[in-house]
Design a protein around this ligand. Structure first.
Ligand code: ADP
Ligand SMILES: O=c1ccn([C@H]2C[C@H](O)[C@@H](COP(=O)(O)O)O2)c(=O)[nH]1
Length: 242
């Protein structure tokens, strides 16, 4: 369905632009794609659950169940047990599933998606490589795939919402969540992921940032987080950081 049709159907708008078959400013808003980024257990899924109650928003959480079970195999668990052997296996599959999510047909005027193909590469692959746990050849092959994909396929992202949390908070929440595969994650792992996120989205010194960034501090309790989401609702839903 074209954005014009979507706009007309959802909002009964028939602007001059539509009559002339070009996208009006409303159409652009109606095709907004927002990625929620942040460390492990920073509260991304909880944030998405909150916004899923808003009408006209499609929410896509990370397909973690697929990463834990692909045809009876658990690449997420294997990676945590032996990152050097299984890092490429997990990250190749994550790259595929994230691409699939980015390209899937949008079923609402606005989409909020957990992480992105960009953080899979710039944060998690990079961390495996920098920590010496991904062999050069695996990193080279994954990088070739990533570059081919991003140079040949349009992956629209309008806004990145960065849930900025301290690694200590994430470590506490991770222990509470108690996902079997993640029980062995030490604080140092979360510190490394945090640093990569900060370099990418705050300092902007490491990799290309594909969209404007809205930073929300995520160390607060759930009630305060909801207040922050409400304070930022308009910015988030209009797909801007100003
Ligand atoms: N603001 C918060 N305060 C306390 N606990 C939280 C908060 N947000 C999320 N949690 C809890 O922390 C854990 C991780 O949250 P989750 O949303 O799954 O994080 P992520 O999707 O970023 O990995 C869950 O058990 C969740 O209930
Ligand atoms: O590219 C990626 C993305 C995620 N992971 C890991 C990190 C966590 O253990 C799970 C899910 O992440 P959440 O932050 O809890 O949503 O997947 C990875 O290794 N590589």
């Amino acid at each position: 369905m074209s954005c014009y049709k979507l706009c007309e159907l959802q909002c009964c708008v028939r602007t001059t632009e539509h009559i002339n078959n070009i996208a009006c400013s409303y159409c652009y808003i109606l095709n907004c794609q927002i990625c929620i980024e942040g460390n492990i257990a920073s509260g991304k899924t909880t944030c998405l659950e909150y916004f899923s109650k808003t009408s006209n928003i499609e929410v896509l959480t990370e397909p973690v169940s697929k990463w834990r079970n692909v045809r009876g195999h658990n690449p997420l668990g294997l990676m945590y047990q032996d990152p050097t052997r299984w890092g490429i296996t997990l990250q190749t599959y994550i790259q595929l599933t994230m691409l699939d999510q980015h390209l899937s047909t949008i079923s609402a005027p606005m989409r909020m998606m957990e992480r992105s193909i960009y953080s899979a590469k710039y944060i998690f692959v990079e961390n495996l490589y920098r920590s010496g746990k991904m062999p050069d050849v695996d990193f080279a092959v994954l990088s070739e795939w990533f570059e081919w994909i991003t140079q040949n396929i349009a992956i629209p992202v309008d806004l990145i919402v960065y849930l900025q949390s301290s690694p200590q908070t994430c470590h506490e929440r991770l222990k509470e969540r108690c996902r079997e595969e993640e029980k062995i994650i030490p604080l140092e792992y979360l510190e490394a992921i945090h640093q990569l996120y900060e370099d990418w989205l705050i300092k902007k010194t490491s990799f290309n940032v594909p969209a404007p960034v809205l930073v929300i501090s995520a160390d607060d309790d759930l009630q305060k987080m909801i207040l922050q989401y409400e304070e930022n609702r308009e910015k988030i839903l209009s797909g801007t950081n100003v």
